[in-house]
Design a binder for this molecule. Structure first.
Ligand SMILES: Nc1ncnc2c1ncn2[C@@H]1O[C@H](COP(=O)(O)OP(=O)(O)OP(=O)(O)O)[C@@H](O)[C@H]1O
Ligand SMILES: [Mg+2]
Length: 392
């Protein structure tokens, strides 16, 4: 069928033609937004899930809803190495300048701009490229101690007060939060703590890999009282069927049940894979209805595309030792994937494998679902490792 009218959207952050199975989490986000806007307390939401489950799509949707609710929003992605602040401060500047353009002059907004100026020059040390050009006098004595934990809280409070003065609220959306440094995470937690105490209209919604709750807990003992960590997972068989059939029906195309079942079995309901499989199946299909044979024809093409793209880019970033570690993990069934079993297969002591494991965790390839256990952050990566390295 015509690829030009193909409704499916495989790709990072690409909005799916139908956002299925996320009603509950979106409802929670709505409640959070409404409560905070009214000066009521609510825990921030930090979405966690494996690669390609739709976290970025959700953040974008929550941002859209926040804007519709009258929020001013900032959406940033944490870079893998450089630190979050160099990305955050220019956006805070943009937001404050937007608030400054409102009717009349707001002393609170002007003050927040001064605080931002102080903040940026105080924390510049240790960050490259953290310059904020502003024609405002720095606000001396606020957010300028050079101690990030206090200064970020000072900045956020000033920003939230400025927003409140303008009758609006701020939503901060942070993607790839697992890459945040420990100091930045501690500071972010502290800042959210201050905002909650002062009941200021400022919400945080984050997204990251399942390593995130552990990081947050280590950063601050009260993190679990400030943040909820809902898990975003694969779609169920019925949800997957809806995600495929909805857009097809919208385009006047029917899908046979065995075709739906085959896509579910191949993708296990993981949203990114589902979009890829359905996208390629559409392109291969002769016409309506889409049958099992169209899916079977598309499958080797999709597998090759994934192996050469989605999986491959991650594999290429690994050292030889890290690849062997992942290959050994792939030999162990998920429920039994312990650090001990993996070390046994590789013929090493658990302790000597510690650095390799730590590197895989910081590269976002592996996480620990419970103490001593390990799993892949990329769905179906175990099968890929076996294809790439048939033997250890
Ligand atoms: N609820 C959904 N139903 C169907 N498809 C979805 C759904 N959510 C996301 N997708 C699709 O899944 C793909 C991945 O989405 P997204 O990039 O948001 O995932 P992610 O969790 O942010 O991945 P990563 O961890 O790699 O950043 C996109 O192609 C998107 O269209
Ligand atoms: Mg993402």
């Amino acid at each position: 069928m015509d690829p030009v009218t193909n409704p499916f959207s495989p790709g990072a952050g690409a909005p799916p033609p139908e956002l299925v199975g996320r009603e509950e989490i979106l409802e929670r986000a709505e409640i959070l937004l409404r409560r905070v806007r009214q000066g009521r307390s609510a825990k921030s939401i930090l979405l966690t899930g494996l690669r390609g489950v739709g976290k970025t799509v959700l953040l974008n949707e929550i941002k859209r809803r926040a804007t519709a609710d009258g929020y001013h929003s900032i959406l940033v992605e944490t870079p893998e190495q450089a630190g979050l602040l160099p990305h955050l401060t220019p956006q805070v500047r943009g937001l404050l300048l937007e608030l400054d353009r409102g009717a009349g002059v707001s002393a609170r907004v002007r003050r927040a701009l001064g605080v931002l100026k102080s903040f940026a020059s105080a924390v510049r040390v240790g960050y490259s490229g953290l310059e904020v050009s502003l024609d405002f006098e720095p606000e001396v004595g606020v957010a300028d101690s050079g101690d990030l934990e206090n200064d970020l809280a000072g900045l956020f409070v000033a920003v939230a007060e400025a927003a409140k003065d303008r009758g609006t609220a701020v939503s901060l959306l942070i993607d790839e939060l697992q890459y945040i440094s420990e100091l930045e995470l501690r500071s972010l937690t502290m800042a959210m703590h201050r905002l909650a105490q002062d009941q200021l209209p400022f919400v945080l919604v984050g997204a990251g890999l399942p390593t995130l709750p552990g990081l947050a807990g280590r950063a601050r003992s009260y993190a679990e009282r400030l943040f909820d960590f809902p898990t975003i997972g694969a779609l169920s068989r019925e949800e997957a069927a809806r995600a495929i059939e909805g857009p097809m029906v919208g385009a006047g195309v029917a899908v046979a049940r065995p075709a739906l079942d085959e896509i579910f079995d191949k993708t296990q309901g993981y949203p990114y894979f589902l979009q890829e499989w359905t996208y390629q199946t559409w392109n291969r299909a002769e016409g309506s209805p889409i049958t099992l044979s169209a899916v079977l024809e598309a499958s080797p093409i999709v597998r090759r595309r994934l192996d050469e793209g989605f999986f491959r880019v991650r594999f290429d970033r690994l050292t030889r030792g890290e690849r062997r570690y992942l290959r050994a993990m792939a030999d162990v069934p998920p429920a039994e994937r312990t650090t001990g079993r993996v070390a046994d297969i590789l013929g090493f002591k658990v302790t000597s494998m510690g650095p390799t494991r730590a590197n895989l965790i910081s590269k976002g390839m592996v996480y620990s679902p419970e103490h001593g256990h390990l799993d892949f952050t990329v769905p179906l990566f175990d099968d890929f490792m076996k294809r790439m390295m048939p033997t250890l």
